[in-house]
Design a binder for this molecule. Sequence first.
Ligand code: SF4
Length: 342
Amino acid sequence: MTVLIETEGVKRHFSTSSWIQRLFRAKGNSVKAVDGVSLSIAEGEIVGLVGESGCGKTTLGWLLAGLEQPDEGVIRFRNRSMRRMSSDTRNKVQLLFQNPKESLNPRKDIRSILSYPVQKMGHKTGDQINARIRDLLEMVGLSAHYADRYSFQLSGGELQRVALARTLALEPEFIVCDEPTSSVDMNVKVQVLELLSGISRENGISLLFISHDLGAVRFVADRLCVMYLGRIVEEGTPKQLFERPLHPYTRALLDAIADIDPGSKRTISLRGQPPSPVDPPSGCRFHPRCSYKDEIGSRCWEEEPQLQNDSGDGLVRCFLYSGISEGSEQPLNKTGLHYDVN
Ligand code: SF4
């Protein structure tokens, strides 16, 4: 598969007083929101980025969307550094905000809201603009009548569809969807996720779904990345992560999903709050909350595990699996983490 967008060793630390610092209730030291992330997304691929609040997933999404610049590392779109891209090429990367109500002007009708990006893409005459707006509304499952409505007249699901139509008007190749279903109920959530994945499949648009909800993105993503305290700790297909989660943090996240596999014997639960990204723990960043650190010993708090192959197509950052990429199953069995995949 052709890589569309990738990050290499990307870091984003917030060192001045900012909303990010207020979010983490941090003063003085820098907030290591994203701390060395390498990730690639192929053409037409849907990737889910999951983790608890404050793990850095939104900052990573903003970096990929070009709304933040990395302090270290590089972000490439079609093999070219994002820093050197023209504004036209940058338009190929768009962000779908999590709260459409706040991003749609209540004083303008939907036609006016969609007209600006439609004209920007070269539709000049009234007929061309109206035809394109009709097409966009149809793409997102709304009739042409919605063009004459105002955002305050729409439901949460309809607002999200209009926000998506506005994003699609710029003909993106990649969309960062930042918690796109956080403000809607479960029924609408499923509809919005299906709509986004359907449009992605039909038009070859790559998506990054940012969510704290592993259960919500598992049905639409080709690949899932689990983020913890500024780093990716596990990566794999939804099938791999749900049937054979390796990292103790991934297993704990899965345990938090009430509706999966009620007969499962998984017993890990997350203890306490995530440590502050201002002063991450030494060694493995998950060690203060990990039930398995005693299996490994001091290495867990003295040395940082690297993201490595997990014996399949996935990646995992945990000493429990050191050596598994060379074919040894021993570390899994020894620690009781081996899963039967049936
Ligand atoms: Fe737990 Fe150690 Fe693995 Fe970190 S490296 S997740 S502390 S077992």
